[in-house]
Design a protein around this ligand. Structure first.
Ligand code: SF4
Ligand code: SF4
Length: 301
C-alpha cells in the first residue's frame, strides 16, 4: 500500500483517534503529571479522571490573580501555528461527543454564520473580562469555587461550561449528597445549558464548537498563521460541493480561483472534505508546503 493510500485510510480512522484521545485524556493514572500540561482541548480539569489542564479554566485562574497566562497562551500559539485547529477536529473529547451525537438520525439544520461570533463575546466577557474585573474573591483552597455554591465566581467555567457540568458536575451530583444539598440556581442553569448544548449537537453539527466554545475562539485566533493548508486544484474540482455539505463546522469554502480562501477560521482540520471529495487530486492538505493527503476519489460521504 502506498503512503498516499495509508494516509487516506487514516482519514477513515479519525473517529478511532478521537476515541483514543478521550480515553487517554480521562485515564486518571496520568492525572498527577498531566494536570500540569495544558492542551488545546476542552476536557474538565475539575474532573478527577481528567488528565490535562483546560486552557479556558487556566486562563481564567491566571487572570483572576491577576497574572498574564504566558504558559497557556504560548502553548496555544505553538499548537495553532503547528497544526491549526486540528486538536479540535482530532483530539478534543467534547468534539468527539458532539460528532457521536450528530450521528443520531433525524432532521438536521445549519446555524447562521453570524452566531459564530458569540464565542468571542464569551471569551472576552467571561474568560477574561469579568474574572479580571472581579478577581478571585477567595483563596485557591479548592473549596470555594465549586459551582454548586450559592456564591462563587463569575466566569465561563462557573456559569456556562457544559463540559465541566458533564464531566464533574453531573457525577458529583450523583455521587455526593453534599453537592445536591448545596445545589443553587447556578447548578440548575448549568444543567439546562448542558441539555441545550447536547440537544443542539444532535440537530446541528459541532454547534457548540462554532457558537459557544471560547477555546475554539482562542484557537481560531492562534491559527490565523498556521502551517497546515487545504488546497483545491482548480483543474480537477468539479464544484460538486460534496466537501461543503460534509464539513462539520460549515467552514469549507470552495474557491473559484487559485489563492482564494479554502475555509473559514472555524475549520477544525478534520479533513472530512478531503476524505469525501469524489475527484482524485481535487482537494489536498499540506503541512508547511509538504503534501499530507490528497483526495483519492472516494464516493462514500
Ligand atoms: S473545511 Fe474540511 S478540514 Fe476544515 S472543518 Fe470543514 S471538512 Fe474539516
Ligand atoms: S468535493 Fe472535491 S470536487 Fe467537489 S467541490 Fe469539493 S473539492 Fe471540488
Amino acid at each position: 500500500m502506498s503512503t498516499s493510500d495509508r494516509r487516506q485510510r487514516l482519514l477513515e480512522k479519525r473517529p478511532r483517534v478521537q476515541l483514543y484521545s478521550l480515553v487517554v485524556l480521562n485515564s486518571y493514572i496520568l492525572a498527577p503529571v498531566g494536570k500540569y500540561i495544558c492542551l488545546p482541548v476542552l476536557n474538565c480539569y475539575a474532573c478527577p479522571i481528567g488528565t490535562v489542564a483546560c486552557p479556558v479554566g487556566s486562563i481564567t485562574a491566571f487572570v483572576m490573580v491577576p497574572y498574564f497566562p504566558f504558559y497557556v497562551i504560548g502553548m496555544l500559539g505553538i499548537a495553532g501555528l503547528a497544526v491549526g485547529r486540528a486538536f479540535c477536529g482530532w483530539a478534543c473529547p467534547f468534539g468527539y461527543v458532539q460528532d457521536l451525537l450528530h450521528r443520531i438520525p433525524g432532521r438536521k439544520f445549519g446555524l447562521p454564520r453570524a452566531l459564530d461570533a458569540t464565542k468571542y463575546v464569551l471569551l472576552v466577557v467571561l474568560v477574561v473580562g469579568l474574572p479580571l474585573l472581579l478577581g478571585n474573591p477567595y483563596d485557591f483552597t479548592g473549596t470555594e469555587r465549586v459551582v454548586f455554591e450559592a456564591g462563587g465566581t463569575w466566569d465561563y467555567c462557573a456559569l456556562v461550561c457544559p463540559v465541566g457540568t458533564l464531566q464533574a458536575g453531573v457525577p458529583g451530583l450523583i455521587a455526593n449528597a453534599d453537592f445536591r444539598e448545596k445545589a443553587s440556581w447556578r447548578t440548575a442553569s448549568k444543567l439546562a445549558i448542558l441539555a441545550i448544548v447536547l440537544a443542539l449537537a444532535v440537530l446541528s453539527h459541532r454547534s457548540f464548537c462554532r457558537v459557544l466554545c471560547p477555546l475554539g475562539a482562542l484557537m481560531a485566533i492562534a491559527s490565523i498563521v498556521k502551517l497546515p493548508r487545504l488546497r483545491t486544484d482548480q483543474g480537477a474540482c468539479t464544484r460538486c460541493l460534496r466537501c461543503r455539505r460534509t464539513c462539520p463546522t460549515s467552514s469549507r469554502l470552495v474557491p473559484e480561483n487559485a489563492g482564494e480562501g479554502e475555509a473559514t477560521s472555524e475549520c477544525v482540520l478534520c479533513l472530512e472534505c478531503v476524505r469525501v471529495c469524489p475527484e482524485a487530486g481535487a482537494l489536498s492538505a499540506s503541512l508547511g508546503g509538504k503534501s499530507l493527503v490528497t483526495s483519492g476519489g472516494k464516493t462514500s460521504e
